[in-house]
Design a protein around this ligand. Structure first.
Ligand code: NAP
Length: 487
């Protein structure tokens, strides 16, 4: 299958499970529907794996591990590099697939395809730089050799909000490290992962190294795999609630775990901020992916001195956006993923308004098909409002006034989440002081974008364990072995 020449990527993408290099139906023949969130209509069906299919996929990964773990780093690097180039040669087809199954506008989808490909380029470069060590111990009586070896077969579970990049951010370092894997994408967006499997096979990835199972029965399929003793590592991206369940299930077999979980990002605008930069930064931090991002600014704290001007400018910026199906030219804001997601956003806004917030723009559900929600700014959100304590996952910016640096830091940190925070100020001492005091894994300092394949992405507190990307990303898929020998 080649996505290079087709005008209908949905027709061309394989709809089956990918196990040991073969496209195969679910053992019980089950299929599940994939819907288009812009219309609410079905796009196609894909295989719906059951527990036995999950076990088949793990068996394939386990069988492939010894051979794959022994390949030359340069060979693994070259495969990732070829996959990077193949993805870039198919940006338009992959972007269309993403827009159809997930909803984001085509321009944003093209951006995600390039971002996703970058993880393969970055980890193709890291694959050949896995180091070791050799040293005389302080006693002088023995030497140590330190090796980095692949962890072994991994289970990778991804969410729907970045259908391609969340996969490549895990597959890239796993391939580079010499691990085999089973990927379970979210049921809303299986097509990008199936297309990715086809690309990696074309790039020369040996059979069994990457296996993909699509399923609507995640709990029943995944739990026995985590407890079964064959998988050596879980790498999960998704909600904190599900992360906690999977962490508990991983305890039986004492699995290595990497968890990229939810966020509730504070964004702080101080009175000395450059307001042009702050408004654009808040816009980017809020509106990337229609607000359906773990990095989305969820609580915008704005200093009293500039509050009214900032609120007006941000409202004007959001009110001017074009909402519509992501496939239509000019669309800047697509639909949310499904009706459950849209109702959650609507209810959070209603609760905030009931508790005293003013709607500066948006806030009303449009008529017609699809799961659209308008870009919305809420002013004067009160501390008890649910929207300040829940991941919104929609295009809603809740604004809160503040006067005092220490008080706003306490408010910003009063959450179980700790993924990212954003700070806007031109005072260098304040910038560093506040960045250090925020309880987060990442800070956007005068910027609303932190994600980059070359940077260590991840959170503290209940936003997760471990980091993806950057120099440390490959460490999540490597074990350290120490060999002692007499001097
Ligand atoms: P989710 O409901 O937690 O699901 C994530 C994945 O886990 C899906 O593939 C899902 O499949 C699977 N899953 C759910 N319950 C499971 C279970 N009991 N056993 C095995 N697998 C299970 O999250 P989502 O709604 O897809 O994605 C949004 C969340 O992801 C947000 O909280 C967001 O902050 C987070 N996220 C975090 C990052 C980060 O890097 N920190 C990046 C992106 C997204 P099913 O839907 O079939 O259950």
């Amino acid at each position: 299958m080649s996505l290079a020449t087709t005008s209908d990527p949905v027709t061309e993408v394989p709809k089956k499970l990918f196990i040991s290099g073969h496209w195969t139906s679910a053992g019980d023949g089950a299929e599940m529907a994939v819907d288009n969130p812009a219309t609410g209509e079905k796009l196609c069906s894909v295989a719906d794996a059951g527990p036995e299919d999950g076990q088949r996929a793990v068996d394939a990964a386990v069988a492939a591990q010894p051979g794959w773990g022994a390949t030359a780093p340069r060979e693994r690097s070259d495969i990732l590099r070829r996959a990077y180039e193949l993805i870039l040669s198919r940006v338009d087809e992959l972007a269309m697939l993403m827009t159809l199954e997930m909803g984001k506008p085509l321009d944003a989808a093209r951006g995600e395809v390039s971002y996703a490909a970058e993880f393969f380029r970055w980890f193709s470069e890291e694959a050949v730089r896995i180091g070791g060590d050799y040293a005389l111990l302080p006693s002088g009586r023995s030497r140590q050799l330190i090796l980095r070896q692949p962890v072994g077969p991994c289970l990778l579970i991804t969410p729907w909000n970045f259908p391609l990049a969340m996969g490549t951010r895990k597959i890239g370092p796993a391939v580079a490290a010499g691990c085999t894997m089973v990927l379970k994408p979210a049921p809303q967006t299986p097509l990008c992962s199936l297309a990715l499997a086809a690309v990696l096979a074309e790039a020369g990835l040996p059979d069994g190294v990457l296996n993909v199972i699509t399923t609507s029965r995640a709990g029943g399929v995944v739990e026995p795999l985590l407890r079964g003793g064959h998988i050596r590592k879980l790498s999960f991206t998704g909600s904190t609630a599900v992360g906690r369940i999977l962490l508990a299930q991983s305890a039986d077999a004492v699995l290595r775990t990497s968890l990229e979980l939810g966020g509730n990002a504070p964004l702080l605008v101080f009175p000395d901020a450059d307001l042009d930069v702050a408004v654009e930064g808040a816009f980017a931090a809020k509106m990337r992916n229609m607000g359906e991002a773990c990095t989305a600014a969820n609580r915008l704290f704005v200093h009293d001195d500039i509050y009214d001007e900032f609120a007006g400018r941000l409202s004007d910026r959001l009110a001017a956006l074009t909402v519509g199906p992501g496939t239509e030219p000019g669309t800047e804001v697509g639909p949310l993923i499904d009706d459950v997601g849209r109702r959650k956003v609507r209810d959070l806004v209603q609760d905030a308004v009931d508790q005293g917030a003013d709607v500066l723009t948006g806030g009303t559900l449009p008529d017609g098909p699809g799961f659209f929600y308008p870009p919305t700014v809420l002013s004067g959100v009160t501390p008890g409002s649910k929207i300040l304590h829940t991941e919104v996952f929609g295009p809603v910016a809740p604004l809160i006034r503040f006067h005092d640096e220490q008080a706003v830091l306490r408010a910003a940190n009063s959450t179980e989440f700790g993924l990212v925070g954003y700070v806007f100020t031109q005072d260098l001492r304040r910038a560093l002081r506040v960045s250090e005091a925020l309880e987060v894994g990442m800070v956007g300092l005068n910027t609303g974008v932190v994600s980059d394949p070359a940077a260590p992405f991840g959170g503290v507190k209940q936003s997760g364990l471990g980091r993806e990307g950057g120099r440390v990303g490959i460490d999540e898929f490597l074990e350290t072995k120490y060999i002692a020998t007499p001097a």
